[in-house]
Design a binder for this molecule. Structure first.
Ligand code: DGP
Length: 139
């Protein structure tokens, strides 16, 4: 499948739709997932047109995973979860729903099951507050 330049993450990269951004640099962008599976769920994407892992250039992958580590550390500092799940889905068969490669940073909390994947929109005010906490925790 050819890369669709109108997927939502491409549009966020072009500034056509808003996002609760937590971090950005010349190669990557991190922002809150609007349908979080747990409080603090963030996403990291490269500024590179690639649908999935198979299509991502090694340098872009390196930058993306480094940003994932950086933001995951900030999420850990901000929310102090006992664990953090990093997920990356490739293809419809894996449940991928946005076809611009991304890494999920999903805090896991004691006694709190994950909500269903990409189902329910969170309150934008709550997401804004969480993004603020993550930005403040970035080193
Ligand atoms: P995946 O299924 O792995 O492709 O995950 C896509 C995620 O993107 C899913 O958790 C929901 C989230 N998402 C979908 N649309 C938007 C959007 O417009 N903005 C943001 N911030 N997240 C979105």
């Amino acid at each position: 499948m050819a890369y669709d330049r109108n997927n939502v993450f491409a549009r966020i990269l072009r500034g056509e739709i808003p996002a609760h951004k937590v971090y950005e640099d010349p190669h990557t962008l991190a922002f809150m997932d609007v349908m979080p599976q747990s409080p603090g769920h963030a996403l990291v994407i490269p500024r590179f047109e690639a649908e999935n892992l198979h299509e991502l250039a090694p340098e872009a992958l390196a930058a993306t995973i480094l940003t994932t580590q950086r933001v995951a550390r900030a999420v850990r500092k901000a929310f102090d979860p006992p664990g953090i799940l990093i997920a990356q889905l490739n293809g419809l068969g894996a449940g991928q729903s946005v076809f611009h490669i991304h890494f999920h940073i999903i805090p896991r909390y004691e006694g709190l099951d994950l909500t269903l994947h990409a189902r329910e929109l969170a309150d934008p005010k709550v997401l804004a507050g969480q993004a603020e906490k993550i930005r403040a925790a970035l080193e």
